[in-house]
Write a protein that binds this ligand. Structure first.
Ligand SMILES: Nc1ncnc2c1ncn2[C@@H]1O[C@H](COP(=O)(O)OP(=O)(O)OP(=O)(O)O)[C@@H](O)[C@H]1O
Length: 358
């Protein structure tokens, strides 16, 4: 859908994109990065609205530097900032945008009604947008991006300004744009947590450079672990400790509950999954000890956890310390490990916490 090669954008005082090379395939892709990482700049280049300083990019096989108009015919765009005229209704506005995209008048009205219904705007669609809530405005912005039935939509921070419920609704809508209509989606966010529920693929950029690009499953599965809880018996008054010893002897890595920095807690053991046989080793060890197995469940790490692990664990991952591409000065650790943006910091894993609500 999208390919960039050494894409660079320099503004007079800042390099917004720095030799960015990536490929985005059909589906729902999340583009995540802290504020100022270069997400909006990338979208503007992909739409042919801003020229790159160096490098190339194509969208649906069309060159962004020469075929911007053809790209904008086939691609929908939802801008980040509030851009709706306050004194017209959603219906008038979306019909206008449909006409601008080349739809005849009747088709524009029909598509507008369908699209506004799809995004959940009903009677309100005839009211002036100046009186809309942030959630309603975001829905109108999504509707105008979809109204001309594009092959791909670029959504710039569609959950900005929404409360948790509004955000969940918007993420559900975005997912359905792909599942119901087959439209591919590139959605940007500075919240790691919300992307793993919505996207098939996640691209992480920081300081205009690519940190990581992989499927959401790869992000979370590569570091899966088994959570195991067992009973105590007369023979083994501390069943958890007995099992930990047995599994360690069997060559598995077990995180001891309560150990400093260990992810286990209480009576839960977290066992790193080596391969498909790990479950069997745990089952056999429990049976041999004669203790009861309360639960054994596979846990996927959340994307945020991947970024709080040591960088050496990811060959293609972020370096531990970043250097400002403009000043050459160190700026601190990679996203997910620093406090440059509260949202990244808030995305740190917490038990029973969705990870993206500050
Ligand atoms: N027109 C411009 N002129 C000069 N600098 C710009 C311009 N547009 C963006 N920048 C700078 O380029 C960098 C990347 O900005 P960009 O808006 O692409 O980031 P972003 O990841 O979308 O962040 P945000 O979510 O805050 O918009 C920032 O340092 C920004 O200040």
């Amino acid at each position: 859908m999208i390919a960039t090669q050494s894409l660079t954008k320099r503004y007079p005082r800042v390099t917004a994109l720095d030799r960015l090379t990536m490929d985005i395939t059909p589906g729902v892709t999340g583009l995540v990065g802290a504020n100022g990482a270069g997400k909006s700049t990338l979208i503007k280049i992909l739409l042919g609205l801003a020229p790159a300083t160096e490098g190339t990019a194509s969208v649906l096989g069309l060159d962004v530097s020469r075929e911007g108009a053809a790209i904008r015919e086939r691609v929908g765009y939802m801008p980040e900032h509030d851009c709706l005229p306050p004194d017209v209704s959603a219906t008038e506005f979306v019909v206008h945008m449909a006409r601008m995209s080349g739809l005849p008048a009747t088709a524009a009205r029909e598509r507008t009604a369908d699209t506004l219904r799809h995004v959940g705007l009903y009677e309100e669609r005839y009211r002036a947008m100046g009186g809309y809530s942030t959630g309603m405005k975001q829905r109108v912005k999504l509707a105008q991006a979809l109204v001309h039935d594009p092959q791909l939509v670029l959504l710039d921070e569609p959950t900005n300004g929404l409360d948790p419920v509004g955000r969940d609704d918007m993420l559900g809508l975005i997912r359905r744009v792909h599942t119901d209509f087959g439209i591919s989606v590139l959605v940007t966010s500075h919240l790691l947590g919300e992307l793993e529920r919505t996207c098939d693929h996640v691209v992480v950029i920081d300081g205009g450079t690519l940190l990581r690009s992989s499927s959401t499953a790869d992000f979370t599965q590569s570091t899966a672990s088994l959570a195991v809880e067992v009973t105590d018996t007369d023979t083994h008054p501390d069943g958890t400790a007995a099992l930990r010893d047995a599994l360690t002897k069997a060559g598995l890595t077990v995180h001891a509950p309560g150990a400093p920095g260990a992810p286990g807690s209480g009576h839960l053991l977290l066992v790193d999954v080596v391969d498909g046989a790990t479950h069997d080793v745990v089952r056999d060890a429990v049976a041999d000890l004669g203790i009861g197995l309360i639960r054994m469940e596979q846990r996927r790490h959340r994307i945020a956890e991947v970024f709080t692990e040591s960088p050496e664990q990811h060959a293609e991952g972020p370096p531990g310390a970043h250097t400002d591409r403009n000043t050459g000065q160190p700026t601190g650790p990679a996203p997910g490990t620093d406090a440059r943006t509260p949202e990244f910091a808030a995305a740190r894993p917490q038990e029973g916490h969705s990870g993206d609500v500050a």
